[in-house]
Ligand binder design. Structure first.
Ligand SMILES: [Ca+2]
Length: 544
């Protein structure tokens, strides 16, 4: 058996098959002690809301002690909840309260690097050799500065390898293929990299033993350097998966890889199709405003995008992943814009987005606030490293809007103490008003999650067959099926009314509308006639 092949792993836990996920940015979700920053107790206070929405599992962005040069992705203590979010005891209580409600909580594992302020790094930069000298990747000469290496005032003679920002030194998991004339590049089997690996496993065991249900692993493919074909990377994750499943059979491992086929081969159970590595996701959603800006995308009112970049990549991923794991196409995340962005800003438009995302195979995930249609806010200042060369991520990190009061129910702090400014729009959406209105976007999204559970054909495992997905054309039409149940879904994000035909054999009695707004289907001879008004959608059950 090949090490690292998906066949060598036990199956992912059963619960993942029907789970709906929700991503919480802890600093922006709910503040309970009035400091303007969200906290663990705030999350606990909103578990009933998430349960009502239909959420089964939460993923929290990093909540550990940090220097906040990258909003928590620069950890200074992997074993301690940051004071601004609460205590380890609070997190333990979150696990318990979630489990009481049959919900799960996954943490964010920043496996590849630490903060430059981490005690490990302070020890590692010392001139005298010590136990942590090899915890990071150092050249053995301050004048040797390969790509992504940082020089500075260090006691030891060398430069260190960073992962992202300069303040994020890469932990040393070794090199897949160390260059023979660069002895500072240690093989993965060397003592230093092996100790780093053991420490990572120790961190995972620590939180899992406390009640955690799994991890989303930051920058998962990048731990081992110079690893062509990712041979050593796959071995590393295979070792971790096997250990993890042995000890925690219900635990899950989610990658931030951006290539589910590769991530699942390596040992992850789920991976995201997002802006990384391929244009599929961006070609659907990234418009002229946002962290990453594109001239066109498929989900725009101008109707000048194309669905095929995504569809081709997505189908290839589904095929390669098969039953070995899960893909997840989220509504957004903390690194890029939300669905409500730029000219994609009406409730009708947002309904086309979630109707699509919640009716395709894979695990559904709402990024906090997307269920009520919170908007990406442009023009915010750099906050804790939110600003990238390409754009600012802060626009997707603004405080959750719970009610219609001036502080939106996020916090009792003065507005200038808020982690980020709250959306200042006159009619900003909020949970309380939308809960009270059965025809709101919130109820709509809740209903979509219910439909997935009610009809396996619309769920994570049902098959998908694209009936109409033409380059530069609208609408997008696909069929979902499982156990003899069939649905046809029509999505027209464009501002143009369209009518198209596609082949459809067999005799169909009826296309029964399940959730439809201004779209229709009729069978004409052996063709399916699809009509879709501007910005419309439809989920139809096929009655044979
Ligand atoms: Ca707080």
């Amino acid at each position: 058996m090949t090490i690292g092949s998906a066949l060598s792993f036990k199956p992912a836990p059963e619960w993942l098959k029907t789970a709906a996920f929700y991503q919480i940015y802890p600093q922006s979700f709910k503040d309970t002690d009035g400091d303007g920053i969200g906290d663990i107790n705030g999350i606990i206070s909103k578990l009933d809301y998430l349960k009502w929405l239909g959420i089964d599992a939460i993923w929290l962005n990093p909540c550990f002690e940090s220097s906040y040069q990258d909003a928590g992705y620069d950890v200074t203590d992997f074993y301690r909840v940051a004071k601004r979010y609460g205590t380890n005891g609070d997190l333990k209580r979150l696990f318990k309260e979630a489990h009481k409600r049959k919900m799960r909580v996954c943490l964010d594992l920043v496996a590849g690097h630490t903060s430059i302020d981490h005690p490990w790094f302070k020890a590692s930069q010392a001139a005298t050799r010590n136990e942590l000298s090899d915890r990071y990747i150092w050249t053995n000469d301050s004048t040797v500065k390969p790509v992504k290496h940082v020089s500075g005032k260090f006691e030891r003679n060398g430069t260190y390898r960073k992962n992202f920002f300069d303040c994020q030194p890469a932990l040393n998991y070794g090199f897949g293929k160390p260059e023979p004339d660069q002895p500072w590049q240690l093989p993965v089997t060397a003592e230093g990299p092996q100790k780093t690996r053991k420490e990572l496993i120790k961190i995972m065991d620590f939180w899992m033993t406390m009640g955690c249900d799994g991890f989303r692993v930051d920058m998962a493919p990048s731990l081992i350097k110079n690893d062509p074909d990712r041979v050593e990377t796959n071995k590393l994750w295979a070792e971790i998966r096997n250990h993890f499943q042995q000890r925690f059979p219900e635990g899950i491992l989610i990658a931030e890889w951006g290539n589910p086929a590769r991530a699942i081969k390596a040992g992850f159970m789920m991976d995201f199709i997002i802006h990384l590595g391929n244009d599929g996701y961006s070609s659907l959603f990234f418009n002229k405003e946002g962290t990453y800006r594109h001239d066109t995308c498929y989900f725009n009112i101008e109707g000048n995008g194309t669905p095929t970049t995504f569809v081709n990549y997505y189908l290839e991923q589904l095929k390669n992943v098969g039953d070995s794991g899960y893909v997840c196409v989220p509504t957004a995340n903390h690194d890029f814009q939300r669905p409500n962005c730029g000219t994609r800003n009406t409730e009708a438009q947002l309904r086309t987005v979630t109707t699509f995302l919640m009716t395709i195979p894979g695990v559904p995930l709402f990024y906090y606030g997307d269920e009520i249609g919170m908007k990406f806010t442009p023009g915010l200042p750099n906050k804790e490293g939110s600003q990238l060369t390409k754009g600012n991520r802060a626009g997707s990190r603004t405080p959750m809007q719970w009610d219609s009061s001036p502080k939106a129910g996020f916090s009792t702090a003065d507005l200038d103490k808020f982690y980020l400014p709250i959306d200042s729009s006159t009619y900003r959406p909020n949970v309380e008003s939308e809960m009270a209105n059965p025809s709101s976007l919130l109820h709509f999204n809740r209903y979509l999650l219910q439909l997935r559970k009610q009809y396996p054909a619309l769920g994570t495992h049902g098959a998908i067959h694209f009936l109409y997905a033409e380059a530069n054309k609208y609408p997008l039409v696909y069929e979902r099926s499982a156990n003899g149940q069939r649905f046809v879904i029509v999505i027209n994000p464009s501002g143009k009314s369209v009518q198209v035909y596609c082949p459809l054999s067999g005799t169909i009695k009826e296309f029964k509308p399940v959730l439809v707004d201004r779209a229709s289907l009729i069978q004409v001879n052996n063709k399916l006639q699809i009509k879709a008004d501007a910005v419309s959608y439809g989920i139809f059950r096929v009655i044979e």
